[in-house]
Structure formats: C-alpha cells, structure tokens
Ligand binder design. Structure first.
Ligand code: SIN
Length: 283
C-alpha cells in the first residue's frame, strides 16, 4: 500500500503493509462537514485503523469529534475519568502521581466486546508520551480469518463465544465487584462476524472472550487460545509508533489491539484519552 489519496483537503497515506493509514490536513477541534466526515469514515473502513496527525483535543472536543460518528459508550464502573464518564484515561500514573511501572491493556482485546452492543470504534488521543516506545499494536482479524483453512472456517461458522468482564478480570487475578458484574453481565457473540460495509468476515475474540457457549469451558478456552496465537502472528500486525498529537481511530469489529510496554514505565508517564463508539450486535 503506497498511494496517497487526496480528498476534501485531507491526505490519506497508508502506514502498514496491509492496513493502517495516516490522515493529515484536518483540524478535529472543529466540526467536520458532511463530505469530510464521510471521507474519514471511508478511510476508517478501508484501512481499519486511521491516525489523524497533529491534533490537540481537550476531553470535550474529543467527545464532540467522536459524536459525529455515532453514540458514545461509557467505560465500565472502573472508569478513571477525565472529568467526564465518557472519556477514559489510559495512564501508567499511580495514585501517588508518579509513573507506576505498569502499563494496562497489554493483552490482545477488542474494546467492550463484553457489551451487548460491542464497540464499533475506539478513538485514542495521545496526551503525554514517553520519549520512545509505548506503542499500540493491532492484529487484523479479517486477514486472519481469510488465512484459516476452509474446513476450520466451516467448523467455526456457527460458534458462539461468551465474553465476560468478570472472567477477564479473573484471568489477571482481580475480582469483579457485584456492581461490576451487574453492569457488565456475560454476553454471547458469534465468533465469526460480518462487517456490513464490506461483507468481509472477521474473528471476534480477545481477552474478554472466555469460552465457547454450550461447550466445555476448558476445551473452548484452549481453542480460543490457539486461534488467538495464530491470528496475532507478526504477518497480521501493524504497530503504531505514537507521535505527539496523534488521534487513532480503529475498528473494534475486526481488529484486536494491545499496548506494548516497550519503554521504561517506572520513569516516564504515558497518558492517552479514550472515547468509544457504540456498535451493533455482531451478525
Ligand atoms: C486500549 O486498550 O484501549 C489502550 C491501548 C494502549 O494503551 O495503547
């Protein structure tokens, strides 16, 4: 992918070998006109993850940008807000105000996959970056699905997967509160979902995907782990190296993502603001 596309005063340039693109020439602090909004959405569909360069958005402006594409989704009750429950602060700063040495979200996941209407898109804006590293990695579940043997695709066609915030926390030794479980009860979604805009099929799984519905838990978990190992191989990945002012917008329906702690997280702060767009039931 090497072409530069110019439309509506913005330039779209591919970033990864198979997906990912950067957009320059936009100012997201002001409302987009209908044609520009359409062009941004088209780039989002075509490249799965877009990076809009050189922005400076406060939380209200980030919400206003996100709202132009649909309904915002709040985070779980664990939200660490930026003065607004619709903006989640992704940070390695501890309660004492210093870098804690820990970076969250390092396992492959799709944001809010445990919701009845899992997230369509995540918008993540760099606020404070380490001098180097702190990348976000993406794995393309469309390409991974296409690369599966035909017989396996047939076997997986009707499989339902239970996604659970509670079981997801348990995997990392944390206990969900009764309030959290009531707020985010387990949800079953099809493992193979179709992206309506393109008709392509994607594997829908990740950290919050617990087991196969109606089948023994251990067996489903092992199959999910094997599928994830395959689907997140290097050849399906794009690694985003952040620049100050980047706004990333990615498609949670067909990408898994994870933060990479490839910097000294005990020495340097890394702070990003996240908004999510509600999606529709996977079909
Ligand atoms: C996320 O999982 O939404 C955040 C990823 C990151 O911190 O790079």
């Amino acid at each position: 992918m090497s072409a530069v596309l110019e439309t509506q005063g913005m330039q779209v340039r591919p970033l990864g070998a198979r997906f990912g693109a950067e957009i320059t020439g936009l100012d997201l602090s002001r409302p987009l006109d209908a044609a520009t909004r359409r062009a941004v959405f088209d780039a989002f569909i075509r490249y799965n993850v877009i990076c809009i360069r050189d922005q400076k958005l406060d939380p209200d402006r980030q919400i206003a940008f996100t709202e132009q594409f649909g309904t915002l989704e709040r985070h779980t009750v664990r939200n660490r807000g930026a003065g607004n429950p619709l903006v989640h602060v992704v940070t390695n700063i501890g309660a004492d105000g210093k870098p804690s040495g820990k970076v969250a979200n390092q396992l492959w996941h799709s944001d809010k996959s445990f919701r009845e209407l899992p997230s369509l898109a995540t918008i993540l804006h760099a606020v404070t970056l380490p001098p180097d590293g702190g990348d976000t990695c993406f794995a393309n579940m469309l390409d991974a699905y296409d690369a599966l043997p035909e017989a396996e695709r047939r076997d997986l066609a009707e499989v339902g997967v239970v996604h659970s915030w509670e079981l997801s926390l348990a995997k990392s030794g944390k206990q969900a509160s009764a309030e959290e479980i009531a707020d985010a009860p387990p949800m079953t979604h099809q493992l193979v979902r179709t992206i309506p805009e393109t008709g392509r099929k994607a594997l829908f799984m990740g950290e919050h995907a617990s087991h196969f519905a109606g089948r023994p838990m251990a067996e489903g978990r092992a199959q999910l782990a094997a599928l994830e190992e395959f689907a997140t191989r290097e050849r399906f990945q794009y690694r985003h190296k952040w620049r100050q002012g980047d706004v990333l917008m990615w498609d949670n329906r067909c990408l898994l993502h994870r933060a990479d702690q490839n910097f000294d997280a005990a020495a340097h702060p890394r702070v990003l603001h996240r908004t999510c767009l509600r999606g529709s039931a996977p079909a």
